[in-house]
Write a protein that binds this ligand. Sequence first.
Ligand code: 6PG
Length: 223
Amino acid sequence: MNVQVYPTPQATAGAAAEAFVGAARQAVSERGAFHVALSGGSTPKLMYAALRALDVSWVQVHIYFSDERTVGPDDEQSNYHTARVGLLDFVPIPASQIHRLEGERDPAEAASDYAALLPARLDLVLLGMGDDGHTASLFPGTAGLNLGGRVIANEVPQQHTWRLSFTFDEINAARARWLLVTGAVKAPVLAQLWRGEGGYPVRQVTDPVWFLDAAAAQDLPAS
Ligand SMILES: O=C(O)[C@H](O)[C@@H](O)[C@H](O)[C@H](O)COP(=O)(O)O
């Protein structure tokens, strides 16, 4: 397992941002572009802030989203909105290279259209993890956990809503997967994951690189 633990959320985000620069440089060097899917939630905000100050060849970066809430792009709940106000408004990435999941549309139609615009293979999928062990919008007990294809509409009864999400097939087809997880609230789930317990959705992500802060990693066995 590739597990990197840093003392604080800021240090964890900074390390992930530096790794993002390296991954982008390698993808551009090898294939002329960097196709990366951002995750949602709040954890990425610190990484976005760190990325704004780093040297990335943004004109060769294509941004996607691993999941999205069924809201419009200006809604503060939107993962696109979080990325836009935290990063995309501050870097010279062509608007045509920001590929938004259209949460305001019919979920099934939006999912189908999004799958059609994805590259054959993403270079990187950035993911977070909820304190219930979900990742992207693949929540415990939802149909999406077992759906194939690339992008789905997933009903999330525990949140009384639908979400748009990559499937695990899509996530695991990418060249790389990073899980950025910080905060003590995530520690119990991580400890169970490490013990092979809990049956959490995130365990279906293959060969991730874990970027953890000390609080999230506090219950893990000393490596
Ligand atoms: O849309 C979302 O909510 C995310 O894609 C989700 O999978 C997120 O990564 C986790 O819920 C962690 O969220 P936090 O970073 O806010 O803890």
